[in-house]
Design a protein around this ligand. Structure first.
Ligand SMILES: [Zn+2]
Length: 358
């Protein structure tokens, strides 16, 4: 049994599928064998009480897939300027997305009931009660969605329940924030016309819209258009770490008003005040963001959004098996059992239920 089985953790973001898919990231590891590489596999999930989460499908550009070549991407004041060779075509993105979705469905089939691709909040809750790992199919960036939204219908039918309109790069629907510190998230224009159509279509399907990686104008476009709770699956507070990926107080307030949630990311560059990529980052730096957001918009609107397998974790946490140490740090800061239940899963479940309407 996991060490904290009273507090099964539902987590807003991991890149395990990408890590398993790309030889230069996961090194051919198996999700079912405990490994020291990466942050998340089934044995470590069970050790740490990681009970489920959004499993991201992220389409890497050629540079990320094959390793960097010369300066493929230029940072500009308004975002990434992507060299033509790195533009991601819809057909390439769809091939990648299908391959990675197939990987998730194969994991489910091979897991002998230990992992389930969850499509309703009822299924997620049941998985948490039964100790079955609940994987929600999520796209981090909509590059695999065509402008006619045919692929949205097909992927929804396959199980897609969550979509980030952009990663930190522009696409047909909107503009992601480049990674900059210190800098405002107001880095460029809002959603395109196609992006606004995508928001409406996601609302109709009940697909969760993830605002992490979206720039500020895009954020406000979604806030204005969407009828669902606002969700940032893996972000932190800009007031404590002023990097582009983090949420300003006004953004946090809007998430609170919408009955939404911030999954606080564990990535060291997003939680440290100095944004240094330093593994010797205390767990208290994560706790400070949880404290800040809970005090500003209420404990009902905070959860976890680790970014396991996608970012540098504090050494004190290590990987998914280290989650009980984060819960211990929260207890030392005065979080009682009721608060921990909200942070670990109750808040996420409420938002999923409201968004998916099932
Ligand atoms: Zn991300």
């Amino acid at each position: 049994m996991p060490a904290n089985s009273a507090f099964p953790i539902f987590d807003g973001h991991n890149d395990a599928l990408l890590s398993l898919h790309l030889p230069n990231r996961g090194g051919g590891r198996s999700f079912f064998v405990r490994d020291e590489r990466g942050h998340l596999d089934l044995p470590r999930a069970r050790e740490g009480g990681f009970a489920g989460g959004l499993f991201a499908i992220f389409v890497p550009d050629r540079r990320m897939r094959d390793g960097p070549s010369d300066d493929d991407v230029l940072l500009t004041d308004t975002g990434y300027e992507v060299r033509a060779a790195l533009r991601i075509s819809t057909s390439y993105a769809q091939r990648m997305a299908i391959a990675m979705a197939a990987r998730l469905f194969r994991l489910e089939a091979e897991s002998a009931g230990a992992l389930k691709v969850a499509r309703t909040a009822g299924e997620v809750g049941e998985c948490l009660r039964q100790g079955v790992l609940a994987a929600v199919l999520h796209f981090e960036g909509a590059e695999a969605i065509d402008r006619d939204l045919d692929a949205l219908h097909v992927f929804y039918a396959a199980g897609l329940r969550s979509l980030g309109i952009v990663w930190s790069r522009p696409n047909a629907f909107g503009h992601g924030v480049p990674f900059k510190y210190p800098h405002s998230p107001d880095t460029g224009p809002g959603l395109t016309g196609a992006g606004r159509e995508l928001v409406r279509a996601c609302n109709r399907h009940g697909i969760l819209l993830d605002l992490s990686h979206l720039n500020e104008r895009g954020f406000w476009d979604v806030a204005r258009l969407s009828d669902a709770p606002l969700v940032a699956s893996h972000s932190a507070a800009h007031a404590l770490c002023p990097m582009t990926r983090n949420l300003t107080d006004k953004q946090l307030d809007a998430i609170g008003r919408s009955d939404g949630i911030v999954g606080v990311v564990f990535e060291v560059t997003a939680v440290r005040a100095d944004s240094h990529n330093d593994v010797d980052t205390p767990l208290d730096d994560i706790v400070r963001h949880i404290d800040y957001i809970a005090q500003r918009i209420g404990i009902d609107h905070v959860g976890f959004g680790s970014d396991f397998d996608g970012a540098t974790m504090p050494r004190a946490l290590g990987d998914a098996a280290g989650l009980p140490r984060l819960l211990d740090a929260l207890r030392r800061h005065g979080y009682d059992a009721a608060a921990l239940r909200k942070l670990t899963h109750e808040n996420w479940l409420r938002v999923l239920r409201r968004t998916w309407r099932a």
